[in-house]
Write a protein that binds this ligand. Structure first.
Ligand SMILES: [Fe+2]
Length: 259
């Protein structure tokens, strides 16, 4: 069995708040909860949008917070990340690509691929030929589970569907043709959803930081107000090809709210 803690979108800042929330308080609460209740997990995946605007300072302090984890941490990039700043402070496994923050984690029963869907200068996602080629080369005969920041389909969520993975067709063509990919675990949308894409199941996750509201009442970025919902992380079990995902609240909504 492989047990994984899945967290996403901490939007960590070394100072100040984001949308009225102290992201340091939230990340500490998540790590403390994980250490207290899930120190038996094999590893934790943090699926992107790690920092705010102070790239060097945010990544430096984020690394200190993540060092408190009792289990190995695999960080990924999202639209708000910076590959150079990320690499300066966070370590990657030896399977990582040279130019992209994309890598493979092997366990006895499965392969876990952490993909880089970052597009420089955009909040939408990208999966270029180099990343596709790497993915093709890392699809083996073992069951494969994919973590990625941007969803490769529209999720019927306001505004966020405009910043999904832009070149989703080539990605989906590849994973559907090969057949090993059993599940997609997706960040970015700050809200739990699940479904299938071309028959492959997927799940998204609420953020460690602020939560996106439900699609109705309709909202846009000008009217955006985070939902007053508590954050959660995912507890994933993969055993004999079966997958379960427990959405796990780790603190009350009020934790870290400053305005
Ligand atoms: Fe985010």
């Amino acid at each position: 069995m492989t047990k994984i803690i899945w967290m996403t979108d901490p939007h960590f800042q070394n100072d100040g708040t984001i949308r009225g929330l102290n992201p340091r308080t939230r990340l500490k609460a998540a790590i403390d909860h994980m250490n207290a209740h899930h120190a038996d997990a094999d590893f934790m995946v943090l699926s992107g949008d790690l920092v705010g605007d102070d790239i060097a300072g945010d990544y430096r302090m984020l690394a200190e917070y993540l060092a408190q984890s009792r289990i190995p941490v695999y960080p990924m990039v999202g639209n708000n990340d910076d590959r150079q700043g990320f690499r300066a402070q966070l370590s990657l496994p030896p399977t990582a690509m040279a130019d992209f923050i994309q890598y493979r984690i092997d366990t006895p029963e499965a392969v876990f691929l952490c993909l880089d869907t970052h597009m420089v200068g955009s909040h939408a996602g990208q999966f270029c030929q180099a990343r596709l080629d790497w993915l093709r080369g890392n699809l083996t005969d073992k069951p494969t589970y994919v973590f990625m920041h941007h969803p490769p389909l529209a999720l019927h969520l306001p505004k966020q569907d405009e910043i999904k993975l832009a070149d989703d067709a080539a990605f989906l063509d590849l994973i559907c043709n090969e057949g090993q990919v059993k599940y997609l675990f997706i960040g970015h949308v700050h809200r739990p959803t699940c479904g299938t894409v071309r028959g492959i199941p997927f799940a998204t996750l609420g953020a460690i930081s602020f939560q996106a509201p439900a699609p109705q009442p309709a909202w846009d970025w000008d009217s955006f107000t985070p939902a007053a919902e508590a954050p959660h992380y995912g507890v994933l079990y993969v055993e004999h090809g079966d997958v379960t995902l427990q959405y796990t609240q780790f603190c009350p909504y009020e934790t870290g709210i400053e305005s």
